[in-house]
Structure formats: structure tokens, C-alpha cells
Design a binder for this molecule. Structure first.
Ligand SMILES: [Zn+2]
Length: 217
């Protein structure tokens, strides 16, 4: 929870308008930008915290490079599944239950789709093992990229146009629980979101680092 910077009254979560990003202190009768208060609090925490183990931060002049790399726990389900699918597909088309050879019809119906699924699972496992998120802050030439090698998704943005940094509940759910994400809120209410699958510690650290580095409007 956040407190009023003047009187330290805790902001009631029902008193925050997420559409306009405004909150109101009932005691001081002052309106605040909630995102800005959140960024200030994150920057304050960041000043005294250690860099979490999944993160690396490189700074060179104006450029700051933040990399998050963590092997997703999904990989530990995907690897045995990949192995089983691949082994069944490659075992010369022998039915794993009856131990009889597949007929030519079964070959077409079972083996080929299995090979296709196995190929997909192999790619997915490699991707998850090597995937990472990188945020490069470099003025107007800033970008966020996910993936590795040629499998990279990039989103370029102008860091001088970021209005505020916030942590908000997003669209990603894990076990039916909506996960918070880091948002770089730009002009006209558009934003870039990331970090929904990160550890909470990493999210707090990066939000604080971004709030410190960005010339928030
Ligand atoms: Zn107040």
C-alpha cells in the first residue's frame, strides 16, 4: 500500500481510479497521480535493494541494459513430454500399448502427427531454455526484446515519452491468479507491459530501476 507523501495517510485501494490514474488524500484534500507515487516508492526501495539473481544490469554512459533470464518451470514438464513423444514417434511405429507394429494406415494417422508434435515440442523446449527479456534504455532508441537469436520479438519505444512506470494486474494468470506486470505508460494511455512471469523481487527491482532512470513526465 502507498501513503500520502505529505501526511502519510494510507491510500485506500477503493480510492484509486485506475482509468485516470488519480488518487485522492482525504486528509490533505489533494489529488495525486497514483502511478507516480508507485514509481517514487519503487525508486526508494530500489536504492536500498540488491540485484536479484535472475537479473543483470549493464550501464554504459546513457545506455542501460537490463536482462532477465530465468528458466521457466514449464520446461521440467515439457522435456519428459518431448522425450516420450519423440521416442514413440521414432520407435519404428510400434504401438506402445499392444507392442504390435503400426499398419501403414496407423503410420499415417499416428506416427506422422506425433513427429510433427515432437518437432514442435523440441523447439518450444529450446526456446524456453534460452529465452530472455531485455530492456535497453537509450533515449529515443530504447527497446524491449524477448526471445533469443533470430526468434526475437522487439518493441521499440521512446524513453523520453514515458509518463510513468507502474505495477498493475495484467492479463496473464497462473493457477487462476492474475499476475502483476510492469507497465511503461506512454502518451494517450497506451503502455508496454512485461514481467508478468517474473519473480516479485525482480519486478520490484526493475520497476524501481526504471523509475530512477527514466525522465518521467
Ligand atoms: Zn495527505
Amino acid at each position: 500500500m502507498l501513503n500520502c507523501p505529505l501526511c502519510n495517510t494510507e491510500f485506500d485501494k477503493f480510492n484509486i481510479d485506475y482509468n485516470t490514474d488519480l488518487t485522492y488524500c482525504v486528509r490533505c484534500r489533494l489529488e495525486y497521480r497514483y502511478g507516480q507515487l508507485q514509481a517514487m516508492a519503487a525508486a526508494k526501495r530500489f536504492a536500498t535493494s540488491q540485484c536479484p539473481k535472475h537479473l543483470t544490469v549493464h550501464e554504459a554512459g546513457q545506455r542501460t541494459e537490463i536482462t532477465y533470464r530465468r528458466i521457466s518451470p514449464i520446461v521440467w514438464f515439457l522435456i519428459p513430454l518431448t522425450y516420450f513423444t519423440l521416442a514413440t514417434a521414432l520407435r519404428g511405429g510400434i504401438d506402445p500399448i499392444t507392442l504390435e507394429s503400426f499398419s501403414s494406415c496407423e503410420q499415417a494417422v499416428i506416427r506422422r502427427p506425433l513427429l510433427a508434435i515432437a518437432a514442435f515440442l523440441v523447439c518450444a523446449s529450446i526456446y524456453l531454455l534460452l529465452a530472455r527479456i531485455q530492456i535497453v534504455l537509450n533515449g529515443k532508441q530504447s527497446e524491449i526484446s524477448r526471445g533469443f537469436g533470430w526468434l526475437v520479438w522487439r518493441r521499440k519505444f521512446d524513453a523520453t515519452q514515458v509518463r510513468y512506470v507502474a505495477i498493475r494486474l495484467g492479463n496473464v494468470s497462473v493457477n487462476d491468479e492474475t499476475q502483476p506486470e510492469i507497465r511503461l505508460v506512454l502518451e494517450q494511455g497506451s503502455w508496454i507491459a512485461f514481467g508478468a512471469l517474473w519473480t516479485d523481487e525482480s519486478r520490484q527491482y526493475v520497476a524501481g530501476l526504471l523509475a530512477t532512470k527514466l525522465p518521467l513526465l
